[in-house]
Structures are given as structure tokens and as C-alpha cells.
Design a protein around this ligand. Structure first.
Ligand SMILES: Nc1ncnc2c1ncn2[C@@H]1O[C@H](COP(=O)(O)OP(=O)(O)O)[C@@H](O)[C@H]1O
Ligand SMILES: [Mg+2]
Length: 182
């Protein structure tokens, strides 16, 4: 059995797992317990609730991540943000799986959700090389819209290298209730 299949593991973690994540494995999004600096160095949100899910880089990862996000946001009573977060989770997880498989890596992808009472930070780690590239939408194109959707639903999004020792990168999107259209 391939490692990608073996690594299909559900891990709902407590806050203790978030800063830095397990050594040598997929990291949590808040390296070293810092106040979540964005890629441009500006401070990010402090978010108290956290949850993580590690998935094999398989097509089933995307619907699994999406369903998981929906259930967690319901438990966190953030239903107003659930539809947008689901979409963002779907797009970022899909990109992570695609990049991991394209690189021929036998590595999982990891979804982390962090939240307070009115905002959610979606973080997707993957081990693949390359960067997300926001492309102008061409009406003829049937692909290339994922990051445009992420950007339109998020207050901000970014991509930064994972903390030293972990490898790979973190793609993050921050969604706030106040940015939602009524
Ligand atoms: N996690 C990632 N790792 C490497 N490259 C990525 C990642 N996410 C996105 N990209 C790059 O950014 C491009 C645009 O992504 P996206 O807007 O989701 O469109 P699509 O996935 O349909 O190509 C992708 O084609 C890919 O080249
Ligand atoms: Mg995509």
C-alpha cells in the first residue's frame, strides 16, 4: 500500500499542536507560537480555536477536507462563514493535491483551521515545489479560477515557506464575517 493511502488520517488537534506542528512533519501555521506574521511581515490574527486534518494527496482529499471544514465550522458556530470557508478549503486543498501529485511526491497535505468568533484562517500545507500564481481570468479558460475565488472571498491570502525543518509551504487565507456580502 502506498504511503499516500496510509497517511489518510483524521487528526483533530488541540491548540498545543498548532505552533510549529510535529517536528519533521507537516507544520502548524503559527511557527514558534508567533503572532502569525503574514508573508509581507505584517502581523496576523490571534485565533484561539484550532483544528487540523492530514490527508493523503488523493482525489478524495478535496471532498474530505470540504466536509470536514463544514462540520468544524458548524461546531464552532460559524455557520455564516461556512460556505465561503468550504470553497476556499476546496480550492487550496485541490491545488495542494495537484502540486504534490504533479511533483511525484509521496507526501500528505495538511489542512489547519484556526478561528475566533468572527473569522477563520485556512492554512494548507504541501510539500510540493512551486508557488500559487493568481492569473487573470480568461473567459475561454476552464481552469485557473481557483485562486481568484480564494482572493475574492478572503480578507487576505498569502503563501510562505513552512518553518525550518518541515519543508514545503503554507498557503493561507483569512476570512472575516465583516467582509462577507449580505
Ligand atoms: N499549492 C501549490 N503549489 C504549487 N503551485 C500552485 C499551488 N497552488 C497553485 N499553484 C499554481 O497556481 C496556478 C493557479 O492556481 P488556480 O488559480 O487554483 O488555478 P488552477 O488550479 O485551475 O490551475 C496553478 O495552475 C499552479 O501553477
Ligand atoms: Mg486550483
Amino acid at each position: 500500500m502506498q504511503t499516500a493511502q496510509r497517511t489518510l488520517a483524521l487528526a483533530v488537534t488541540g491548540q498545543a499542536d498548532v505552533p510549529g506542528g510535529p517536528a519533521g512533519g507537516p507544520p502548524g501555521p503559527l511557527a514558534g507560537g508567533s503572532p502569525d506574521p503574514r508573508a509581507d511581515g505584517s502581523p496576523g490574527p490571534r485565533l484561539g480555536r484550532s483544528d487540523a486534518l492530514e490527508l493523503g494527496a488523493l482525489p478524495g482529499a478535496v471532498p474530505s477536507a470540504r466536509l470536514h471544514a463544514r462540520l468544524i465550522l458548524s461546531e464552532w458556530r460559524l455557520d455564516q462563514l461556512a460556505a465561503d470557508v468550504e470553497l476556499v478549503v476546496s480550492e487550496l486543498t485541490s491545488n495542494a493535491v495537484t502540486a504534490t501529485r504533479a511533483a511525484g511526491l509521496d507526501a500528505p497535505v495538511r489542512l489547519t483551521l484556526l478561528a475566533d468568533s468572527a473569522s477563520v484562517l485556512v492554512v494548507v500545507w504541501d510539500a510540493a515545489p512551486g508557488q500559487p500564481v493568481l492569473r487573470p481570468i480568461d473567459a475561454e479558460d476552464e481552469s485557473g479560477r481557483g485562486l481568484t475565488i480564494v482572493a475574492s472571498l478572503s480578507a487576505w491570502w498569502d503563501c510562505k515557506p513552512a518553518p525550518p525543518g518541515h519543508g514545503g509551504k503554507l498557503v493561507r487565507a483569512y476570512l472575516r464575517e465583516e467582509e462577507r456580502c449580505a
